[in-house]
Ligand binder design. Structure first.
Ligand SMILES: Nc1ncnc2c1ncn2[C@@H]1O[C@H](COP(=O)(O)OP(=O)(O)OP(=O)(O)O)[C@@H](O)[C@H]1O
Ligand SMILES: [Mg+2]
Length: 497
């Protein structure tokens, strides 16, 4: 980051806008930039005025316009760090915008550079071309390690090393330095050492507090999924895709997969299980909240979310119910001033250009809501279609669901249940099992195959209620790869015939 800023200044950029929540880290970085360039560094804030960082002398210039005026008196080759300045740009005050524009023009000729530091990007259109924007990256592992060493030292603990250190730093990536410091310190207070589990828990809370992302604790594995063999195989092939061996092999990092299909057929379940397969953290992006943010905030929020995900990478970003989040993006501007369309555009371009190893797994069922550009070949490694489960799959689902409620599947006629549950989704079978448990519990006995058959008769599956499933299925043909191989069902049919 330091070199990047140095290069901008050497190239004569008169203004830089740094977006970051980490004032202290950015300030330290700017200090080292000033040292490298042998520039003088001045720092402005609305409370302290314009301070010469070399001798601490302050000029009374607490108003932003006064600050701009004071910059005029500074010597050549000066850097000016403007701390609260972005807040004054928010309402687009034309006098301030003009003063800044003029000042930037003069700075250019005198080798001065104004550096605005704000936690969010507030850039009136008039200044977009005058300032270059840098999103300050979150601290990397070595930087988080320095903070860790500081905590270990002050707590009188040995410096964490080896695998322990890796686990702690893995748990902390995605946090700012201050957040990591707090998480380490809390772990020391709770367990007398820096326990990675505490750091990971604090990170999950911190990430969730920011609104759009949630780190999901995953228990689900491929064994919890009945059927969907092709999708499972596909995931298994990528089991080690983020490992050292894959890097040495020069395996391209997997980009992502889109799961389309009938509601209740296990798409979200597969997304969760993929985290167990790939053994990376699963971060859920809440599209509804993203699109629901205030106009202008949505894009900034998406950028912030991307930053966190990239810092935690390699990781899996799970976008559940993509169709619901994108419902507004097709109407481009008709309903929300174009925000959805713009946010969608940023999301797509990140998907296309990202270099960090972030695997995206998205799910959707109302394909008509998805903009066609999202379905273009090359956008995803694969687009899978999850259909109603076939006979063999239904039997596997019955077995899993019965076992999950603590009963021995061998005590039930699963073959019969599978055959009479034609047209039911995994979610509906799960509901039937729960219903028969209630039935039996009320009579103070164990559930039987007959209870399940009765519950089945009492449940009308969605596929019989509407022609939505047929419409979805038709749409999927040729556009998405089936998640299930056709073999088992056809084999069964041959046997039955
Ligand atoms: N193939 C399956 N194997 C095991 N469980 C399944 C399967 N399909 C669905 N289920 C169960 O049904 C429930 C709903 O599944 P899930 O949420 O994954 O469906 P979905 O495809 O994401 O549905 P929607 O499109 O409505 O979001 C889950 O509790 C899941 O365990
Ligand atoms: Mg789902």
């Amino acid at each position: 980051m330091r070199d990047k800023i140095v290069n901008y200044i050497r190239a004569g950029y008169p203004g830089i806008y740094i977006v970051s929540h980490e004032e202290q880290r950015v300030e330290a970085e700017i200090k080292s930039v000033a040292d490298a360039l042998e520039y003088r560094l001045f720092a402005w804030s609305t409370t302290a005025g314009l301070v010469d960082t070399a001798d601490g002398q302050a000029r009374q210039a607490n108003d932003p316009l006064d600050a701009i005026e004071a910059v005029e008196e500074l010597p050549e080759n000066s850097l000016v760090l403007l701390r609260d300045f972005h807040a004054f740009l928010e309402d687009g005050n034309p006098v301030l915008v003009r003063a800044l524009k003029d000042s930037l023009a003069r700075c250019k000729t005198l080798g001065k550079c104004l550096i605005i530091l704000g936690c969010r990007q507030v850039l009136p259109a008039e200044l977009e071309r005058e300032l270059c924007v840098i999103h300050f990256t979150l601290p990397d592992k070595p930087q988080l390690g320095v903070v860790l060493d500081g905590i270990c030292q002050s707590a009188g603990l040995p410096i964490a090393a080896g695998d322990d250190r890796d686990r702690i730093l893995d748990a902390a990536t995605g946090l700012t330095s201050a957040e990591a410091e707090n998480a380490y310190a809390l772990a020391v207070i709770e367990c007398r050492n820096v326990d990675p589990a505490v750091v990971a828990r604090e990170k999950a809370l911190t990430v969730k507090k920011k609104g759009l992302l949630e780190i999901v604790e995953v228990q689900e594995t491929l064994d919890d999924i009945g059927g969907l063999d092709l999708l499972k195989n596909w995931l298994v092939q990528r089991r080690e895709a983020f490992g050292e061996r894959a890097r040495e092999y020069r395996l391209p990092s997997p980009k992502g997969v889109l799961l389309l299909g009938v509601p209740g057929t296990g798409k979200s379940l597969c997304a969760k299980a993929s985290a167990s397969v790939l053994q990376r953290p699963l971060i859920k992006l809440d599209m509804g909240a993203l699109m629901g943010s205030l106009v202008g905030e949505s894009e900034a929020n998406l950028r912030a979310a991307i930053h966190v995900a990239e810092a935690i990478a390699p990781c899996i970003v799970w976008i559940d119910e993509l169709d619901k989040g994108l419902a507004g993006s097709k109407s481009s501007g008709a309903s929300d001033g174009g925000t959805s369309a713009r946010v969608f555009g940023s999301l797509i371009s990140w998907m296309q250009e990202r270099t960090a190893p972030v695997f995206i797994i998205a799910t959707a069922n109302d394909v008509t809501q998805l903009p066609p550009e999202l379905l273009r070949k090359g956008r995803w490694d694969e687009i899978f279609w999850t259909d109603l489960p076939n006979l063999v799959e239904r039997q596997a689902i019955w077995e899993i669901k019965v076992a999950q409620c603590g009963r021995d599947p061998k005590q039930y006629d699963l073959a019969d249940l599978a055959s009479v549950s034609d047209g039911y989704t995994g979610a509906e079978i799960e509901g039937v099992v729960a219903d028969s448990l209630y039935r039996a519990f009320a009579d103070n006995r164990e559930p039987t195959t007959e209870d399940m058959q009765q519950s089945l008769r009492d449940t009308v599956p969605l596929s019989k209620l509407s022609d939505q499933v047929d419409a979805l299925r038709k749409w999927s043909r040729g556009r998405a790869r089936p998640a299930t191989s056709p073999e088992p069902e056809s084999k069964h049919r041959r046997i039955a015939a």
